[in-house]
Design a protein around this ligand. Structure first.
Ligand code: UDX
Length: 436
């Protein structure tokens, strides 16, 4: 089947390249001509394990074409909308205008019986509004919602082997067409569930808000552990060992970031507020507030440690919002760097893939290696759980820093290794780090 994908960002390009490897022919339409050029050149704008190889193979085999020409969608039967839904402004809900524009641009290429499939994260009601728009422009085409649950760093695997497929559809024909699209995945036994449009929209938003809630929950419990002498990490592990709770997203630390969890949690709060369900709005706003507070706790503690020192310096290891990605959107690490700089500290930041040229922020002092960041540092903070940092040599680094004090905000190092080498090592919630 010929399939088009509108929007070749982190979602669309993975979707097109991964599904092209399963036997369909894809055309990806991307308005940003520079992004199209980079895809053709093999210089992808994003670091996503396995993606570059898939894209190269699909382009060479002719199972993927990438263009800025909207009419390239003509002749496809299924059209995925994978454009972004950024926040209009903080706490003001999602901006659906990219979806509306994508649909408007796609409309002249639609033929009777075509299916337009939204994949972006949106509040319930968006698909209904887009359906009305679609029917004004192409009365014989239909709209479905098929949310995506891929996580960065494992996006290719998540797309090829999803835990479940959700079809928000208005007709059996739409479900049948989606079955054709996903046939190779369904053949492996993947569960697929048919819902209405609003349920498909809400499931995605609720999934991300739930993951965010789990993280803020465990961070709250870890704070309580620190005040009571309990072991925060062991508490988290034992909580996650209960099958009713599950271990994922129960890792305490600096908090969540990225393009999804923060935006979607605030988006759900806004949706609840608009719907007049104020306790829901407050609940999700509090999840967001707990998350932001993590950085404040660390900032206060580090600032207190540096008080009285001459030109204090802090090394931050890791800039991306999590390991295995170069994405710095809402990165807790970057937010922490800003907070420490605002507190008057010099901050140097290093990351295995993020560099100053990635456009994170021109005010940040990026250096190439962890060692460079740690030169003359009074405090070292591990802010992203890159495996590279587990391979650092604490003994060698003793002579690099001004003060051998390390805070592992992601609990990803071996504490004994660092302590035995002579470092003062703190996990994020060590009782000595208790602030109040
Ligand atoms: C998330 C969802 O997992 C995915 O299903 C959805 O489609 C998009 O949003 P992603 O943003 O890639 O994916 O990252 P995820 O692995 O969920 O982590 C999000 C953030 O939470 C990261 O900053 C991570 O460091 C943090 N995190 C994760 C924790 O602080 N503790 C945890 O236990 C897990």
């Amino acid at each position: 089947m010929r399939i088009s994908v509108i929007g070749l960002g982190r979602l669309g390009l993975v979707h097109a390249a991964a599904l092209a490897s399963l036997g369909h022919t894809f055309v990806g339409v991307e308005m940003d001509t520079e992004r199209v050029r980079k895809i053709h050149d093999g210089t992808l704008e994003m670091h996503e394990p396995g993606l570059a190889d898939l894209v190269r193979t699909a382009l060479t085999d002719g199972t993927l074409d990438v263009t800025s020409e909207p009419s390239a969608s003509l002749g496809a039967r299924a059209h995925f909308l994978t454009v972004g839904t950024p926040e209009l402004a903080p706490n003001e809900g999602f901006d659906a205008s990219y979806l509306e524009n994508a649909l408007r641009t796609l409309a002249p290429s639609l033929q009777p019986g075509d299916l337009v499939i939204g994949k972006s994260t949106v509040p319930p009601g968006t698909a209904a509004a887009l359906t009305a728009q679609l029917h004004r422009e192409s009365p014989d085409a239909e709209l479905a919602w098929n949310p995506e649950f891929l996580a960065e760093g494992t996006a290719v695997r998540d797309t090829l082997a999803p835990q479940r497929l959700i079809y928000g559809v208005s007709s059996p024909e739409a479900a049948r067409l989606l079955d054709e699209v996903y046939a190779p995945i369904l053949d492996t036994g993947t569960q697929r569930v048919i819902t209405d449009l609003a349920t498909a929209e809400l499931v995605k938003l609720a999934t991300n808000a739930f993951l965010a809630t789990k993280i803020s929950f465990i961070n709250t419990i870890a704070r309580l552990a620190a005040t009571s002498g309990a072991d925060a990490l062991q508490t988290a592990q034992l909580l996650g060992a209960d099958p009713r709770i599950g271990a994922s997203h129960l890792h305490p630390g600096l908090g969540y970031g990225g393009g999804c969890l923060p935006k979607d949690t605030r988006g759900l709060a806004y949706f609840a507020q608009q719907a007049g369900v104020m306790e829901a709005a407050q609940f999700f706003a509090q999840v967001d507030a707990v998350n932001t507070a993590q950085r404040q706790h660390i900032t206060e503690w580090v600032t207190a440690q540096c008080r009285g020192r001459q030109e204090p310096q802090v090394a931050i290891l890791g800039a991306s919002f999590k390991a295995d990605t170069d994405d710095t959107r809402e990165s807790p690490s970057i937010a922490l760097a800003h907070a420490l700089m605002n507190a008057g500290l010099r901050v140097r930041i290093a990351d295995p893939v993020v560099t100053a040229s990635c456009g994170a922020d021109s005010r940040l002092e990026f250096v190439r290696t962890a060692e460079e960041a740690m030169r003359e540092a009074d405090v070292t903070l591990v802010a992203t759980a890159w495996p590279d940092y587990q391979r650092l040599d604490p003994e060698e680094l003793l002579s690099v820093v001004r003060c051998p004090l390390i805070v592992d905000t992601r609990n990803c190092l071996d504490p004994a290794r660092w302590r035995n080498a002579g470092w003062e090592y703190h996990a994020m919630f060590d009782p000595v780090m208790r602030l109040r």
